[in-house]
Design a protein around this ligand. Structure first.
Ligand code: ADP
Length: 203
């Protein structure tokens, strides 16, 4: 018998909105996930085509001593040069998409979450049966990012400003999930949302 891949449910939200935390709550309920940020790290590992091209374009300064990508260096470049951001995205997004599809296809849970901060921007919402957007006030998001990544408010704000606003994401999504409370409240909300999605995907 051939296996049918489970339906894909998108989970999106800006940096620090709680995507990983939410994905973990779903995992505890038996729902697997594929995280675009993890795949994005895989496609630039030493020996990859993407890292080779990045090295060719930006020279040795873009590599650390151990041959891995100098992420901070690359982040500085793309923050300040929009054309370099566009070049990098044109290179990496197709590779990330391919990696995501391979992983999604391997999932065995009732549905699988595609966790992606740029789900709409990269049009990956098109492969999703439903999309959940995390709804969190920008001030809370900013505080959580500063705390988690130990970065200044200015840098956290800069990252946020390159992404769609939460309002736009929520407007485009089918479902929204509030993450402005504590983790117990979040667990309860995820439990209910899982029931809702199971009802939507059991056909
Ligand atoms: P993302 O994956 O969207 O970047 P994370 O799941 O890593 O976001 O969450 C960002 C930070 O906020 C993490 O340190 C996480 O532990 C914390 N966090 C997320 N949700 C909550 C919550 N409901 N209460 C308290 N802290 C939270």
């Amino acid at each position: 018998m051939t296996r049918r891949s489970p339906p894909i449910i998108g989970l999106t939200g800006g940096i620090g909105s709680g995507k990983s935390t939410v994905a973990k709550c779903f995992f505890e309920l038996g729902i697997q996930n594929v995280d675009a940020d993890d795949i994005a790290r895989l496609v630039v590992l030493p020996g990859s085509e993407c890292l080779h091209k990045i090295h060719q374009r930006h020279g040795d300064a873009i590599l650390l001593n151990d041959g891995t990508l100098n992420r901070r260096g690359l982040r500085d470049i793309i923050f300040n040069q929009p054309e370099e951001r566009a070049w990098l995205e044109a290179l990496t997004h197709p590779a990330i998409r391919k990696g995501l599809l391979i992983q999604l296809d391997k999932a065995t849970s009732k549905y699988v979450l595609l966790v992606h901060p740029l789900l709409f921007e990269t049009k990956q919402n098109e492969i999703c049966k439903q999309v959940i957007a995390i709804d969190v006030p920008a001030e809370i998001q900013l505080q959580r990012v500063m705390l988690r990544d130990n970065i200044s408010e200015e840098n956290a704000q800069k990252i946020l400003s390159t992404q769609l606003s939460n309002k736009d994401r929520i407007r485009n999504a089918d479902l929204s999930l509030k993450n402005s409370g504590n983790t117990d409240e979040l667990n309860d909300k995820v439990f209910k949302l899982n029931e809702e999605i199971l009802a939507l995907t059991s056909f």
